[in-house]
Ligand binder design. Structure first.
Ligand code: GLU
Length: 474
């Protein structure tokens, strides 16, 4: 590698779906590598497949990258706006004999394929049109015969790739058939466009999934024929599910934005993805700056990575704990807004969040957990009956009286109230706190009594205790 060259990487999705987790990892690695080397990270939308590319998908990719904070330095560039460049390259290849027009119809090709297959052979285009004389070609073209353009793959050539992750990989030229690089309708195909773009955009490192490794042999042939400098290739192993099977929806192969909807923070997803195929000793938690400094291709794994929701949850919990309660509160609020729960008061929400940051794994679970503060839930009668009885009622009554006298119900004040009642009845905290918690919440699972009292404040707390004592007064 010429080290004086500015590093340029790119993320080049085809907009035929959302930005999924594997694509996001590819984008992240390209982003980090460029940042680490003060280089340029390009976003290029490979939208030449007009039938399958959609505007929604382009938007989904851009939204996903924005959410993850993977801002491109250049782009988005669109391949559909660059057809002139591709046609120029095709013409150049035809002029120098590295590509040729092919007039065989789809029917001709299908028949040949069937014959090859019935003989138990793999199909390889037989080069009928390669062998046409230049007069024959000219005549057909002048007569307007439809044709595609094929790249001529030298049989004698061995194509060798020095991949940064896979090591040396090679294929014999005769294993590759003559690829269509321009369709009959004039549309250029992927292996040509990607080479023209990577070369003309000065891409120095092509980092992508290893599902493209086979294409790379084709691309290397084209780099050579077009006399472009080869970039460095780095092909990342696939991401698998926990059961070592190809990643499916069940395993986490969802759109990046689905992770937002599940309540993950973008920094947790980014941190999770960076470790999904790369390691820096045994460090698990990275700030973005740490990732940029530490990231390299040498420590990318050669083995497939397994997606693990537990680990993602653990990281998410870590980042929730570290976050400002105001930020988490506003994310919780987004979940409530979806349910039409707009009336939650800000102060109460921030307080409730700050008391519960430690416990949360996702924002969605946190929102569900905190809902009790803002919505009156039907009490679970069985739980209430079990906890509010002749033994506990006097304790709850005393807590009520002491709270009524107290000012400024913060943690310490609440604790002092409970201490007093515990001493009076000679019981441990749980014996008082749990019945009070049930009296307040009516639920088997809820935030603790201290938290409920602190968030609800005196008036609401007393009202709830009173109503419970009266309702369950036998
Ligand atoms: N457009 C290709 C895809 O989405 C990726 C091309 C590349 O990275 O070379 O699979």
């Amino acid at each position: 590698m010429n080290t004086s060259k500015k590093i340029v990487t790119r993320f080049a999705p085809s907009p035929t779906g959302y930005l999924h987790i594997g694509g996001a990892r590819t984008a992240l690695y390209n982003y980090l590598f460029a940042k680490k080397h003060q280089g340029t990270f390009i976003l290029r939308i490979e939208d030449t497949d007009l039938e399958r590319s959609t505007q929604e998908s382009i938007q989904a990719i851009i939204d996903g990258m924005n959410w993850l904070g993977l801002d491109a330095d250049e782009g988005p560039y669109y391949q559909t706006k660059r057809f002139d460049l591709y046609h120029e390259a095709v013409d150049k290849l035809v002029a120098k004999g590295s590509a040729y027009p092919c007039f065989c119809t789809a029917d001709d090709i299908n028949k040949k394929r069937e014959i090859a297959q019935s003989d138990g052979q793999g199909f390889r285009y037989d080069r009928t049109c390669y062998h046409l004389s230049s007069e024959e070609r000219q005549k057909k073209i002048a007569a307007g015969e439809p044709h595609c353009v094929r790249f001529y793959s030298e049989d004698e050539e061995t194509i060798v790739i020095q991949d940064k992750i896979k090591g040396e990989v090679r294929v014999e030229g005769k294993e590759l058939d003559d690829l269509v690089i321009q369709r009959t309708d004039g549309a250029p195909t992927y292996n040509l466009t990607v080479v023209v773009d990577d070369a003309s955009m000065g891409v120095t490192h092509v980092i992508r999934g290893d599902d493209h490794l086979r294409n790379t042999f084709r691309q290397v042939q084209m780099y050579k024929a077009l006399e472009y400098d080869l970039p460095i290739f780095a092909h990342l192993p696939l991401i698998l599910g926990q059961d070592k099977k190809r990643l499916s929806k069940r395993h986490g192969a969802m759109s990046v934005m689905a992770y937002k909807d599940m309540g993950y923070l973008p920094e947790a997803v980014v941190n999770y993805l960076v470790r999904l195929g790369w390691a820096h000793g045994d460090q698990e938690v990275f700030t973005k700056q740490e990732m940029i400094e530490a990231f390299n291709l040498d420590n990318c794994s050669t083995a497939a990575a397994c997606f693990d929701f537990d680990k993602l949850g653990w990281l998410n919990g870590h980042y929730i704990k570290e976050a400002q309660p105001e930020r988490i509160a506003s994310l919780v609020r987004e979940f409530y807004a979806v349910e039409g729960l707009d009336a939650v008061n800000d102060q109460g929400l921030v307080k409730a969040v700050s008391l519960s940051l430690e416990k949360a794994r996702t924002i969605k679970d946190l929102a569900a957990y905190l809902k009790i503060y803002f919505v009156s839930l039907e009490p679970d009668l069985a739980v209430v009956e079990k906890n509010i009885n002749d033994q506990t009622r006097p304790m709850i009554q005393r807590v009520y009286e002491e709270l009524e006298k107290a000012e400024n119900l913060n943690h310490d004040v609440i604790h002092a109230v409970f201490e007093k009642v515990m001493a009076e009845f000679d019981v441990k905290l749980g014996k008082v706190a749990n019945p009070v918690r049930v009296a307040l919440s009516g639920q088997k699972v809820s935030p603790g009594a201290y938290d409920l009292i602190e968030v609800w404040g005196k008036e609401m707390t007393l009202k709830r205790l009173d109503s419970c004592l009266r309702k369950n007064d036998n």
